[in-house]
Design a protein around this ligand. Sequence first.
Ligand SMILES: *Cc1c(COP(=O)(O)O)cnc(C)c1O
Length: 429
Amino acid sequence: MYEALGIGRPVSDFAEKILKELEPRFREIDETAEYNQLKVIRAMQEARVSAECFQGSSGYGYNDRGRDTLEEVYAKVFHTEAALVRPQITCGTHALALALSANLRPGDELLSISGKPYDTLEEVIGIRPSCGSLAEYGVSYAQVDLLPDGSFDYEKIRAAIRPQTRMVEIQRSKGYQTRPTLSAEQIGEAIAFVHSINPEIICMVDNCYGEFVQRREPSDFGADMVVGSLIKNPGGGLAPIGGYIAGSAACIERAACRLTSPGLGREVGASLGVLQSFYQGLFLAPTVTAAALKGAVFAANIYERLGFHVVPNASEPRYDIIQAVEFGFPEGVIAFCEGIQAAAPVDSYVTPEPWAMPGYDSDVIMAAGAFVQGSSIELSADGPIKPPYAVYFQGGLTWPHAKLGILKSLQRLYEKGYVRLEQSVSDAL
Ligand SMILES: *Cc1c(COP(=O)(O)O)cnc(C)c1O
């Protein structure tokens, strides 16, 4: 079958050798998935999920039992007091913008302690001037970069916390950077530090791509809010839209009043027809995340063996599903993305090209052949066309698909002469 899909012998021989060595890693990933699967099932049982919960509401959406129960399930999974999980939250950026704007007031300061936030948040915050940014509403912004080794800079964080510091933002995943991803435990330490200085500060974690990678989430370590997208891990590939915020009752109440309107809060917001996909996607999310994680580990091992800088590296622990491969030249990024596209079940025949995308400050190439448009829990790869010419690879609803995508990317690079497999195999032996 691999031959029929265009994978040549040199590529499959090279890949199979590497795969053999990964068995213990894969077993660990499966054990985490098993734990998280049980966590999700337990939450659904405790919240008494029933078939009626899949019945959507329309119009105002008053008394939408399925929506309210789903939010209870999310709160139980993340061990928070409350959660807001809605199709009206259009994406991860929107969920983050909502959590920020709902919980900050004019004169407050937002402090990021994990360096520059995700690209699309620059305009939300107003780091790049933008219509409707927090800056326009008089919310100031400060930032403390991570230390060169990727850990928190506690001294600078202490110095940056001022009386007007109302919220601290921590981004778990690396986003379009090649710094390490932060573990839930590391994030917990930083939150404890911030709260030891001022317990009133709201600690918000951008949890995108991190859900179910570990057994515990940042909310198990004191985060006041965790925020993410349903077309990433927790949607399990089935949610067609949506975002979530899980956190303290007060933070969630403010978010609800901002999402709908003061006075209406959580009580309006019809769930339309999406509830079953939200429930079933959450149910599948632990094993889907495991499939994506195996793909990331596999890619890291392949490309590291070929001499490229990969983040995380082949052996280090994982705290999100993203794999960065630094090619150092734009053609490498493009060839990799072409391979991922060619492995897709949908739109496999199109060729991705770098393009100017809203929210990004350089051309970006994106490869995805997804059932849900733009879903990046499905096998996808993207990279800004700027140094260090790194591609960010993530997703795969099943391990065999993730594997095929990586093999296709390698085949493409091999055919173009950017990698030499024979030599690498003999080097490895
Ligand atoms: C994807 C992502 C976002 C934004 O989510 P969208 O759904 O693309 O708007 C924010 N932060 C991080 C770390 C992400 O990975």
